[in-house]
Design a protein around this ligand. Structure first.
Ligand SMILES: Cc1ncc(COP(=O)(O)O)c(C=O)c1O
Length: 543
């Protein structure tokens, strides 16, 4: 602002205000002069505020780039260190009360904090208390470790911050390429718009089931399912709960799922499936979809996909495969026959974040016929118009193939990591996990007088339960409880994380090996600590 001009004008105004006025005519002149002065002050203020707006940086970028650069380098170094030294740390640790309280009771941040202060909070309060799945002895549920490459890819993805829902940009091309790679791997026919990347198999299952629904109820998008026939879906009793969730969400209700029992190898009973379909048709229901599982969550069992595919074809039904992790066995030449017939599926849901080691979250819905996805999800809106030239080209967009309009560029970390490691090496790691499962089972069975292992073990999952002689007079529930508490002891010790499941109502400790970092020595460490902690727990429980 021109300060001197401003002060000069305000002084003149002040003087003018105190001028003596003796008649009406002088009053009129006085008023006109005062207004003139005020106009001049406004002019000066306007110019000066535009000048100051030009000078002020109001963006959210760092005000001090050199300090931001230092903080960023430190954080990258911490990330590298953390992954490099992962073995030296506990797998999992409970969150101390003061940390829990610091996070839970923090009030809304109204004012800014420096980047380095926020980083300190993140490193002290959040970073150490993770689920533990980056550690080689994390074997709970079905959890991937991630790769170091994904850290780099995520940094670049955040920098690009592409909304991958629509328009012309590299993310569209990368995602289409990843989808085509996956179609090639699973033997799906060449074709465009035949899949999309989502957060995980649960979401992919919703996409696949919605697509199947529209194929059978052509007007479902307009009419809903209210007056439609009672469509029935068939899956084994081992099916993952995400299928039930999808059916509930899509309005079929969980009653639409007819469960088929499994044989001693945990595979769907084919004769029972055929019979149930026939009975349902005779009762006026409409058998519409068969869900085969490639790698069940409990034991890693594979349904007979060849048989399921041919029944679906004969019965004019949709054939969906839940291949969350097990479908990737296709990359292991020795075991790829487990998924024979997967290429006949109408849809396949699987994850990148499990056995392909991509950072969370990344799953995939593949649909045999690309037009099906487009017919199910595409919309026409004036504000989403395609243009021949410029940014809004490259239709159909991924928002036309799924639910989300705004979409993360999940495909980047997948593209990056697949290029970095290559499919052959990833397949070798999968085979290694299967061999490790056999090793663990054989080591546990050295104690078969009190450790019971569930067999067969076809993939990477080992379920076992301790039944010590000292508990021979205990009830089955008490032995369940002993195993459950023992598992908590192991987790809290920081040595390993496994989870539990039930077979015939009884609780088993479940080890699911997805890690690309673990070695046979990790299983020796696990068993040694398991036996030691089992003895301590026994003393506690029997005293
Ligand atoms: C066989 C199977 N299907 C579906 C899912 C759900 O996958 P997501 O957690 O990626 O939604 C899982 C998860 O473990 C699974 O094992």
């Amino acid at each position: 602002m021109e300060q001197s001009k401003f002060y000069e004008l305000t002084e003149q105004i002040s003087k003018k205000l105190h001028e003596p006025i003796s008649d009406i005519e002088s009053l009129k002149q006085w008023k006109a002069q005062l207004i003139q002065l005020i106009d001049e002050v406004s002019e000066v203020k306007l110019i000066s505020s535009i000048e100051s707006m030009k000078k002020t940086n109001t963006s959210l970028d760092p005000s001090d780039w050199s300090s931001a650069r230092n903080v960023s380098h430190q954080i990258l170094e911490t990330s590298i260190q953390s992954i490099q030294s992962i073995r030296d740390r506990v797998v999992w640790q409970p969150i101390p009360n003061e940390i829990r309280s610091a996070i839970e009771n923090e009030s809304i941040p109204m004012q800014s904090h420096s980047l380095s202060d926020v980083c300190n909070d993140a490193l002290n309060q959040v970073f150490p208390y993770t689920r533990g799945n980056t550690h080689p002895r994390f074997w709970g549920w079905v959890m991937g470790e991630g790769t170091f490459g994904c850290v780099i890819a995520d940094m670049l993805a955040s920098t690009m911050n592409i909304n991958a829902g629509a328009c012309t940009h590299s993310a569209v091309l990368v995602e289409r390429t990843v989808i085509q790679w996956m179609r090639d791997i699973f033997g799906f026919p060449k074709g465009e718009n035949g899949g999309l990347i989502v957060s995980g198999t649960s979401m992919a299952t919703v996409i696949c089931m919605a697509t199947a629904r529209r194929r059978y109820l052509t007007n479902v998008r307009r009419d809903g399912i209210g007056n439609g026939p009672q469509l029935i879906v068939y899956a084994s009793t081992e099916v993952h709960i995400c299928v039930v969730k999808a059916l509930e969400l899509l309005g079929f209700g969980s009653k639409a799922l007819h469960s088929i029992s499994v044989d001693e190898n945990f595979r769907m009973n084919i004769d029972e499936l055929k019979k149930t379909i026939e009975i349902d048709r005779n009762n006026g229901l409409v058998p519409f979809c068969i869900v085969g599982t490639a790698g069940t969550v409990n034991t890693g069992a594979f349904d007979n996909l060849v048989e399921l595919g041919s029944i679906a074809k004969k019965e004019n039904m949709w054939f969906h495969v839940d291949g969350a992790f097990g479908s990737l066995i296709i990359l292991d030449p020795e075991r790829r026959h487990f998924v024979l017939g997967i290429d006949q599926a109408d849809s396949l849901a699987f994850d990148f974040h499990k056995w392909l080691h991509i950072r969370y979250a990344a799953g995939c819905a593949l649909i045999r016929n690309g037009m099906d996805l487009f017919s199910t999800f595409s919309v026409h809106q004036s504000y989403l118009a395609n243009t021949e030239r410029g940014c809004a080209g490259d239709k159909p967009w991924f928002c036309d193939l799924g639910i989300e309009l705004s979409r993360s560029f999940h495909a980047f970390k997948i593209w990056f990591s697949l290029k970095e490691h290559g499919i052959l090496k990833l397949g070798e790691k999968i085979a290694e996990n299967c061999r490790q499962a056999q090793y663990l089972a054989s080591q546990l069975e050295k104690h078969q007088e009190f450790i019971r292992v569930i067999r067969p073990i076809s993939l990477n999952i080992v379920n076992f339960r301790l039944e010590p002689e000292e508990l021979r007079l205990s009830t089955a529930e008490e032995i369940d409880n002993y195993n459950n508490e023992l598992l908590a002891d192991i987790q809290i010790s920081g040595i390993a994380v496994a989870s539990t499941t039930r077979f015939h109502g009884r609780l088993y400790i479940r080890v699911c090996i997805i890690s690309h970092r673990c070695t046979l020595e990790d299983f020796d460490i696990f068993i040694e600590n398991l036996l030691a902690l089992a003895r301590v727990r026994l003393r506690k429980d029997t005293n």
